[in-house]
Design a protein around this ligand. Structure first.
Ligand SMILES: Nc1c(NC[C@H](O)[C@H](O)[C@H](O)CO)[nH]c(=O)[nH]c1=O
Ligand SMILES: CC(=O)[C@@H](O)COP(=O)(O)O
Length: 180
């Protein structure tokens, strides 16, 4: 499967536009550049502003995001990188720990899209970074979570469900101004 084949939930409109931090591990520079281009295009498409920082490897991405949360500057985060299986069990460590740490940060309420590829070969990585635009998908995931965070923000007014309200709407459906 080379190209993109799954359904992508339409992005909501944002007002105000969110500010997002991209954290990328350019362990494989060419793959990282493909992921970055897709992520930036997705953020630009909704008017989101963004900054990018680099860390050495995928294992550092969650820690960098956690450190960035200290400054309350970003509404969401896009984690980008690529892990390719080597000869030892280190692959499992890098894949599982980075993924688990990002998930735990998400459960703390941080809006994170995970675009860290975990693959067997460089060719698989290239297909996902370029043809399948996994960087864009990760940025879109972060944007959907930002919309949800705004919709369900702490101390917000009570929400009355209606037939048009679904979880998938992710903040895009209600006409009310519910911005964070
Ligand atoms: N093998 C890969 C790594 N390994 C490096 C670790 O992520 C980490 O930087 C190191 O253990 C120091 O803490 N990183 C990747 O991004 N991709 C790999 O394939
Ligand atoms: C995913 C990795 O950490 C990998 O690149 C390391 O390779 P190796 O298992 O051959 O040391």
């Amino acid at each position: 499967m080379a190209g993109e084949s799954h359904y992508r939930v339409p992005l909501p409109a944002f007002d105000p536009a969110p500010h997002v931090l991209i954290v990328v591990a350019p362990y494989y520079r060419d793959i990282a550049d493909g992921l970055l281009a897709g992520a930036r295009a997705a953020l630009d498409s909704v008017g989101a502003t963004h900054e990018t920082i680099e860390v050495p490897g995928a294992l550092e991405v969650p820690t960098a995001i956690r450190l960035a949360t200290n400054c309350y500057r970003y509404q969401g985060y896009v984690a980008l990188g690529c892990v390719i299986r080597g000869e030892t069990t280190h692959y499992e460590t890098v894949c599982n720990d980075s993924s688990r740490a990002l998930a735990l940060l998400g459960l703390e309420g941080h809006c994170i899209g995970n675009g860290i590829l975990t693959v067997e070969t460089h060719a698989q990585a290239a297909a996902r970074a370029f043809d399948q635009n996994k960087g864009g998908g990760a940025a879109e995931a972060a944007l959907h979570l930002i919309a949800l965070a705004r919709r369900f923000k702490r101390g917000g007014k009570a929400f009355a469900p209606s037939s048009t309200d679904t979880l998938i709407a992710a903040g895009g459906a209600p006409a009310s101004k519910d911005t964070a």
